[in-house]
Design a binder for this molecule. Structure first.
Ligand SMILES: Nc1ncnc2c1ncn2[C@@H]1O[C@H](COP(=O)(O)OP(=O)(O)OP(=O)(O)O)[C@@H](O)[C@H]1O
Ligand SMILES: [Mg+2]
Length: 341
């Protein structure tokens, strides 16, 4: 009998049944495709969240020797692994300094602004989205199969993002938040673990990334609405007390933000520094006020004594107590300007 190596029957189309090895391969490929899709989805979610919290880059940042000294100290502590708390009066440049230092660290930085209403969820995140999937199976025409799946989606806030991915967290106006909202930071700094109280099982704990850095800014204790952070936290943080910058730095900052020539920026800074000596507490005008005055004068091209007086009063009077107080301080401002120009 003649040996025929192949079955002589012709097969049309593909095989209906798969061999076990083929089946495994199909399942594996499908799983990999699903994982790829999930990864892309996660990356998109992460990008979305980062875009919301990514800190701004300070504009027209000036680096004089004085500024460099502060930045050097901040970077030293951060690189040694300690958080840094910058404390100083209103408008002296704390936030700009923190943003610049975070930039120089060369990794993404996210930020959060403290206030009375902030709580742990604002820092860590929570289940804020619920996704619902419905499958309607009509494979056999007279059999209907419905399956609804609800999945709560976790959304991370800045502290979780920073701990997870090793970012810098800038916690601006830190002492404006109530101390209990910041208890969560204790285990982050001490044990290197972030606990997410609303999660379960192994998802509940995040090991803090070794690159995680924390930068805090606060007003001095004498300001209204400032809480004293708990001692246990302060013990683990390096603190840099800053004052208003020196004249040279302030002049350069006013020039950079207003575009005024040096001589005019000097006059504004001198007036502001003089008034800083006279006015007390929260009324002391910071560098921000000097910038405001500079920008207003540059925009109107005016620099007469009257104009300077008007602009100074408007820029500073938000903290004066009312019409009579403004009238009293207007005289003071006028007198100083007359003397100086
Ligand atoms: N080194 C600098 N170079 C350029 N601009 C600066 C610099 N430092 C501070 N500024 C500017 O001075 C102004 C006040 O600075 P900043 O907002 O950082 O002060 P702050 O101390 O954080 O104030 P607040 O207490 O109100 O939060 C801002 O407009 C900022 O851009
Ligand atoms: Mg600030």
């Amino acid at each position: 009998m003649k040996y025929v190596p192949e079955h002589p029957r012709k097969v049309r189309g593909g095989a209906v049944h798969q061999a076990i090895a083929e089946k495994k391969l199909t399942i594996l490929t499908r799983q990999r495709e699903q994982e790829d899709v999930r990864e892309v989805q996660l990356a998109t979610v992460r990008e979305d969240i980062e875009a919301k919290f990514l800190s701004p880059v300070p504009k027209n940042f000036i680096e004089t020797d004085e500024v460099k000294r502060y930045i050097g100290k901040i970077l030293l502590w951060l690189k040694t692994g300690y958080p840094v708390h910058i404390i100083g009066p209103t408008g002296c440049g704390k936030t700009a300094l923190a943003l610049q230092a975070a930039n120089l660290l060369g990794k993404p930085s996210v930020w959060v602004n403290g206030d009375e209403a902030i709580n742990t969820t604002n820092l860590i995140g929570g289940y804020s989205k619920i996704e619902m999937t419905t499958i309607r199976d009509k494979f056999i025409h007279n059999v209907f199969k419905d399956k609804d799946t609800m999945e709560a989606r976790w959304v991370s806030n800045p502290l979780t993002l920073a701990c997870q991915y090793g970012y810098t967290l800038i916690y601006n106006e830190f002492s404006r938040s109530r101390p209990e909202a910041n208890n969560i930071l204790l285990s982050v700094l001490e044990e290197g673990v972030l606990e997410l109280p609303t999660k379960f099982g192994e998802d509940r704990y995040i090991k803090v990334h070794p690159d995680f850095s924390l930068l805090l800014t606060s007003n001095n204790m004498e300001y209204a609405g400032v809480h004293k952070p708990q001692d246990a936290l302060l013990d683990r943080i390096a603190t840099i007390h800053m004052d208003y910058y020196n004249r040279d730095t302030e002049v350069k900052i006013v020039q950079a933000h207003s575009g005024l020539p040096k001589a005019r920026a000097e006059k504004i800074v001198d007036v502001v520094r003089e008034l800083r000596n006279i006015l007390g507490g929260v009324e002391k005008p910071g560098t921000r006020i000097a910038i405001m005055i500079g920008q207003a004068l540059q925009a109107t091209n005016g620099f007469g004594k009257d104009y300077l007086e008007e602009v100074c009063v408007d820029a500073m009077s938000s903290k004066f107590l009312g019409f009579d107080d403004v009238a009293k301080k207007r005289l003071l401002i006028k007198e100083r300007i007359q003397k100086m120009l």
